[in-house]
Design a protein around this ligand. Sequence first.
Ligand code: COA
Length: 319
Amino acid sequence: MGTYVPEKVLTNSDLERMVDTSDDWIRCRTGIVERRVVEGDTATSDLAAAAAKKALEDAGINDSEIDLILVATSTPDMIFPSTACLVQSKLGINGCAAFDIQAACSGFVYGLTVASQFIESGMYKTVLLIGADAFTKHINWEDRNTCILFGDGAGAFVLHEVENGYGLLSSYLMADGRGADLLKIPAGGSAHPGSEYSVQNKLHFVQMNGNAVFKFAVRILHEAAIGALTKAGLTVGDIDYLIPHQANIRIIDAAMERLGIDRNKIILNLEKYGNTSTASIPLALYDLYNSGDLKRGDLLLFVGFGAGLTWGANIIRWV
Ligand code: COA
């Protein structure tokens, strides 16, 4: 496992000087205190490659053993080639497959599920899965509804076969395209390619209906958690650690209260990183991994949600 966050810290106090907001408002309404932001021409593939290098070192494997590079991102460097191919080149890895997965902030939960399918089917032995996003490149820094929420980062994992009963035990994936308008970056794709109009109308920035996304998230965090637990034949009481997508502390609190899980089992890092999209679950898991508390046999529940709308959950027994 390896992670990377950019060095530049953007605090709530910094945001107070940019838009009509306050540190107190952001802390109370979101739980976020600061976030990391990329600078200059740093792109998502740079974050992804930096995290991947650490993961490869941590796994102690040879680059040639990687069969597939999978990058979950919704802020790719460009429309094509895929960020996975750019990461492959930056890592100097040759002779493996590479592609991206786009499921917005649910990307890591989706990506882990896809990666594990290749391993379970026997098609590949070793998959490098990376969740990486540079959302702040797509933020309108005059929009206080969105600019306070997001940060940048990446988390990478080297995945391979484990003994029965360990690793990924179940996945629950869901989407509802009827909610596509609630959270989107309208321009830059084939619907609205870059144009004078798209730039003038700020269509290359994140647009969000915050209240609707909030209500959706509270509802589906519970649904996804129960969905993955049921598939694995487990109950909430069996879970040792729950890592929810780090979007807003009030979303997490409301959903977790409904789920009836102990607060001390929930891993949080949104205070220091904000919403890092596909990197948020990996970054939180890395904190837990480094704390030394995680032990063999622990049951982990990951729950993600995001644009699409997409949502999902994974249950993992730590090896
Ligand atoms: N600073 C100060 N005031 C702000 C503000 C900010 N950054 N953003 C909004 N406000 C104001 C609003 O204008 C509104 O003022 P009004 O009552 O005078 O109209 C008031 O605060 C309440 O706005 P509201 O939108 O109801 O706040 P909220 O409690 O719902 O919080 C979000 C807004 C965006 C933090 C919240 O809706 C949210 O987190 N939604 C989910 C977003 C998310 O997770 N997206 C990613 C999903 S992967």
